[in-house]
Design a protein around this ligand. Structure first.
Ligand code: NAD
Length: 545
């Protein structure tokens, strides 16, 4: 089965936010579009709203006037469900309620032809359950658009237990014909994007709940170090705390309260307080004039926007010593050298790895464990002997430091240490002030702003990315979607700077596993236990992609 014919009629039922966007997409792809809504006058209102949006596109030169007029002639509000009889495809975007959706599709079945495809835009309900009430459940699939539908390229095509593969394929082809990028996924809670994205919010909220850092600093680190387009606090204020929390709760409940998906108490309180984000003038941040958000500031677009913690200028050390391999941060020594800092290199445990160092044969371990597993992470030694190392998922406090075993400083993961504009630092308890200033000055000397946060396991970016990578590995292993589709979905659906599996491969599956293992030791309870599939990939040395 191919894409539905471009001349065929598409019906959209439920003409709120999503229905209007989907209708606009189908209309501009050339279809005749029928709009139906249960609320009196709502479909006509949607027809006008879509027309106005097309007018704005014409005014901005993004749509031809002739095309706009032709499109308007193909868009009609339906008087009742009977008007949808000739549709080749019906897309449902009504309220998120299983009974209401089942009732609607049952009613549709007695109206539309046998060849008509049925699609639900549900975000959180089981597609299998929606279809269960149908006489022909094979013709129904999930067609999950993202908001705003005209702009967001991703569409998840969800196959329920009964969905005919030819129907899913036809819907995928139709999405392509509409200029969208479809990914295929199994009918599991959160599908691809809403499942794998959970830790992006959850880890930030948890670090905040533990008072590891304030929202503005966490947002800044994830944007400027992690490369994410927005931080979790500002993004959920935009989405709506009620909407975002409902997704989290639904996924968690659907997974029988799996601790990996645990919602945030702090977010629950926001919802209870009616602080839903921009739409109510207040969420994590405050948006109304003169108010302050989370005790730290005011309008996110205005002068009162809460500022992330940014360390005052400090002098860098003239020289540092790098011991061993800094792992995912191994680009840093050259970056420091480029800024004129003298870098001396020392081997660790007899392993030499830079030109000019003495060669050494690879270490063979008597007990057969992988060489990789025995590698001690490298570190930078500051002039007073304080070690500075990439976070490994453990607290800085109490971790074995450098040669002198002094308390050390951890820095956070960055997507790209050259491009990052901000770096997070977390000192162990007892680190001398002078050492922290050197660490701050070292990163400032290479053009970074520095945010000093409290000593929390895995800091901010590292724990978030490690969890996202593991969620992606686990989803692929469980057949939710192919590796390629997971990568596409996370880049296009939520704008991640890199597909999680590619990111995990760049970090090394063993590094990700080790970070999670240490987080799991720090927070027993199961949330951070690395998935069986990640452990296996890391042990076998096979890549994630
Ligand atoms: N808003 C999002 O970001 C988003 C993203 C993806 C998917 N979704 C899903 O899309 C669906 C719609 O979400 P929305 O945000 O557009 O909601 P919305 O509240 O903006 O619009 C829902 C519309 O459906 C109408 N409606 C309710 N019951 C109906 C019925 N039985 N028959 C006909 N019309 C009915 C309402 O009058 C309203 O106009 C939900 O299933 C939601 O989970 C939402």
């Amino acid at each position: 089965m191919n894409a539905i014919a471009p001349t065929s009629t598409v019906a959209v039922v439920g003409t709120g936010t999503m229905g209007q966007g989907i209708a606009q997409v189908a209309l501009l792809a050339g279809h005749s579009v029928r709009l139906l809504d249960a609320a009196p006058g709502r479909a006509e209102q949607a027809e006008r709203a879509i027309g106005e949006r097309l007018d704005r596109m014409v005014a901005k030169g993004r749509l031809d006037k002739v095309v706009r007029h032709a499109a308007a002639g193909r868009l009609n509000a339906a008087a009742d469900i009977g008007d949808l009889a000739g549709a080749a495809l019906v897309i449902e975007a009504i309220l998120e309620d299983l009974g209401a959706k089942q009732q609607l599709f049952t009613a549709l079945e007695s109206v539309v032809g046998e060849e008509c495809l049925l699609a639900t835009n549900t975000s959180s309900l089981s597609v299998t359950a929606v279809a269960a009430a149908l006489r022909l459940p094979g013709r129904l699939a999930g067609l999950h658009f993202f908001n705003p539908a005209p702009l967001m390229p991703l569409v998840e095509v969800v196959s329920g237990a009964a969905t005919d593969p030819a129907v899913a394929a036809a819907l995928g082809d139709t999405a392509v014909a509409w200029g969208k990028t479809p990914v295929s996924c199994a009918d599991t809670p959160g599908f691809v994007v809403n499942r794998i994205a959970r830790p992006f919010y959850a880890e930030a909220f948890r670090v905040h709940e533990e008072r590891g850092a304030d929202p503005a600093t966490i947002d800044a680190l994830l944007r400027e170090s992690g490369g994410f387009p927005m931080g979790p606090f500002e993004l959920t204020d935009l989405i709506g705390q009620d909407v975002n929390e409902a997704v989290t709760r639904s996924v968690w409940e659907s997974f029988w309260h799996d601790p990996r998906f645990t919602p945030s108490l702090a977010q629950r309180r926001l919802v209870e307080a009616g602080r839903l984000g921009r739409k109510t003038g207040r969420g994590w941040y405050a948006y109304e004039d003169g108010a302050s958000g989370d005790g730290t500031g005011a309008d996110a677009n205005g002068p009162g926007r809460p500022e992330p913690h940014t360390a005052a200028p400090a002098a860098p050390p003239a020289a540092i010593t790098v011991y061993g391999d800094l792992g995912p941060a191994d680009a840093l020594p050259a970056i420091f050298e480029d800024a004129g800092i003298t870098v001396a290199y020392r081997h660790v445990d007899g392993r030499f790895r830079r030109p000019g160092e003495l060669p050494s044969p690879p270490m063979a371990l008597a007990d057969g464990r992988a060489y990789e597993e025995e590698r001690k992470p490298g570190f930078v030694l500051l002039p007073d002997g304080t070690p500075l190392a990439l976070t490994d998922g453990a607290l800085a406090t109490g971790a074995p430091g450098g040669p002198g075993r002094q308390p050390g400083i951890r820095f956070d993961l960055a997507l790209d240490y050259r491009a990052a504009t901000r770096i997070g630092l977390a000192p162990a308890d007892g680190v001398p002030r002078e050492a922290l200033e050197w660490a701050v000055g070292l990163f400032q000397a290479v053009g970074k702003k520095v945010s000093v946060i409290d000593d929390v396991p895995g800091m901010v970016v590292a724990r978030t990315v490690a969890m996202i990578v593991d969620f992606a590995v686990d989803a692929v292993a469980r057949g939710v979607a192919t590796a390629a589709d997971v990568e596409t979905a996370m880049r296009l659906g939520v704008g991640y700077p890199r597909g999680p599996l590619e990111w995990g491969d760049a970090l090394g599956p063993a590094w990700v596993r080790d970070v999670l293992t240490r987080l799991h030791a720090a927070y027993p309870g199961g949330r951070y236990a690395p998935s069986g599939s990640l452990v296996r990939r890391a042990a076998s040395g096979r890549g994630l992609l």
